[in-house]
Design a protein around this ligand. Structure first.
Ligand code: XMP
Length: 479
């Protein structure tokens, strides 16, 4: 044992054990506070929040909305590798002024085929092409609005090439928008010098880009997205996710300070040097350093703080999250590698404390699980709307994973280290996130910090007692 009997144990604190001390500020408005941050070695976000890689939190819909708001979503791995890669593709396709690989269809296909293809890819039009990518026509909502016979061939319904407006693939954004406006069209296919289809610009993407000026985007203008992989099929899954355009691979292991995680980081870095690899979860400086030395580009911190976690009760293992974040951030800072404070955020005050303690970003599950954008429909009970939230290591999630053919075959026999329950339906995630960010900006303004780096330097915590916590809570004085 590392402890001797009379030695006082090291004290470890959680978010509720502390408060941030207010300091002098000359910031005129908290809206001027810059929340941009590093998620990983090469990925910059405009807001320091990512949605958790959980099957009741992040699918493509959530990831799209998180990225539009300046954060990022991490697609869960509780689905086949192909399904996960499709989700990544959907995010990558969701918003871009320039779509590099537009959805195409053959002229022999029927209207039924076209509708299926559009629904599957969440698009409102397809370009009709020859196998050599020569444009033959375009099929949009306008062409099929009043058509009821689904067996008619696409060829008969499309707007033919002669009537289409196309542009050269080198066209500038402003010029493209002028064409869309002048001809009152929604889609502008782009052709290369040989007249072959080579891209697409859409009016709806332009509108979305204008509506979310702070969206997190890659160099080509596509929304950023991360995706989770496990240890067993990590390399195979990574291959499909990288081909789908993923920006960061997040290793999803309960105990990341493990030789299997270290080995996987090394292999991934070797095979995919241009993709940022996030490793975890760990709760110690030692774990953080070992994963950074293996090549990780960000470290995920948190053993057992999550709202659906029972690891600390089942295994008796973990470190209260504030101390874990403080210690791991200090260790990672020496290598200039960001950390992600994962789990345990109950309110915007916790978010402020996690960032003040040194996290680059915070990962959130429970608070986003009741949103419209989390996977699954809401249901009504007793006149109230609910969604389901469940831990990745809960019994239900494990059974589902085995049914889906997960390679981790003893999963359902293990003692669960997570629970599942219903959460109140809360509407759009954008609003939930905005509430959290408002609170964070307020916390930073009380510290006198204009940006996250200043927050790290100026933040000072005081430890509080149970009475301090009681005093902190709003209450009525009526007896
Ligand atoms: P919050 O508190 O935001 O936490 O809901 C989300 C994080 O919780 C972790 N997680 C688990 N931890 N057993 C655990 O010990 C589980 O079943 C489980 N499921 C999720 C995970 O790190 C997530 O991001």
């Amino acid at each position: 044992m590392k402890n001797t009997t009379n030695e006082p144990f090291r004290l470890a604190l959680s978010y509720d054990d502390v408060l941030l001390v207010p300091h002098y500020s000359d910031i005129p408005s908290r809206k001027l506070i810059d929340l941009s941050t590093m998620f990983s070695r090469r990925i910059k976000l405009n807001v320091p929040v990512v949605s958790a890689n959980m099957d009741t939190v992040t699918g493509a819909e959530m990831a799209i909305h998180m990225a539009r708001e300046g954060g990022m979503g991490i697609i869960h791995r509780f689905q086949s590798a192909e399904e996960e890669a499709n989700e990544v593709r959907r995010v990558k396709r969701a918003e871009s002024l320039f779509i590099h690989d537009p959805i195409t269809i053959r002229k022999e296909a029927t209207l039924r085929d076209a509708l299926d293809l559009m629904a599957k890819n969440h698009v409102t039009g397809v370009i009709v092409c020859s196998p050599e990518r020569d444009i033959l026509g375009i099929l949009t909502a306008r062409d099929i609005r009043f058509k009821t016979d689904l067996s008619v061939s696409v060829m008969k319904l499309m707007t033919p090439k002669e009537k289409m407006i196309t542009a050269n693939r080198d066209i500038g954004n402003i010029e493209a928008l002028e064409i869309l406006d002048k001809h009152k069209i929604e889609k502008l296919p782009l052709v290369d010098k040989n007249g072959k289809l080579s891209g697409l610009i859409t009016a709806s993407d332009y509108k979305k880009t204008k509506e979310s000026p702070h969206a997190s985007k890659d160099k080509r203008g596509h929304l950023l997205v991360g995706a989770a992989i496990g240890v067993k099929d990590g390399m195979e899954r990574a291959e499909l996710l990288v081909a789908a355009g993923v920006d960061a691979l997040v290793i999803d292991i309960a105990h990341g300070h493990h030789n299997t995680c270290i080995d996987l980081v090394k292999k991934l870095k070797k095979k995919f040097p241009s993709i940022d690899i996030v490793a975890g979860n760990v709760a110690t400086a030692e774990g953080t350093i070992d994963l950074i030395r293996a090549g990780a580009d960000a470290i995920k911190i948190g053993i057992g703080p999550g709202a659906a976690c029972s690891t600390r009760i089942v295994a008796g293992s973990g470190v209260p999250q504030l101390t874990a974040v403080l210690e791991c951030a200090k260790a990672a800072n020496k290598f200039k590698i960001p950390i992600i404070a994962d789990g345990g955020i109950k309110n915007s005050g916790d978010l402020a404390k996690a960032i003040a303690a040194g996290a680059g970003t915070v990962m959130i599950g429970n608070l986003f699980s009741g949103s419209k954008e989390s996977p699954g429909e809401y249901y009504i009970e007793g006149g109230e709307a609910f969604k389901i939230y469940r831990g990745l290591a809960s019994r239900d999630a494990s059974i589902d994973m085995v049914l889906r053919g997960d390679k981790d075959s003893d999963r359902q026999d293990r003692t669960p280290e997570g629970i599942g329950y219903r959460v109140t339906f809360k509407g759009e995630v954008r609003k939930i996130l905005q509430g959290l960010l408002d609170g964070l900006q307020s916390g930073m303004s009380y510290t006198g910090a204009r940006n996250i780096k200043e927050f790290w330097k100026k933040a000072e915590f005081v430890r509080i007692t149970g009475e301090g916590m009681n005093e902190s809570r709003p209450r009525s004085h009526q007896v």
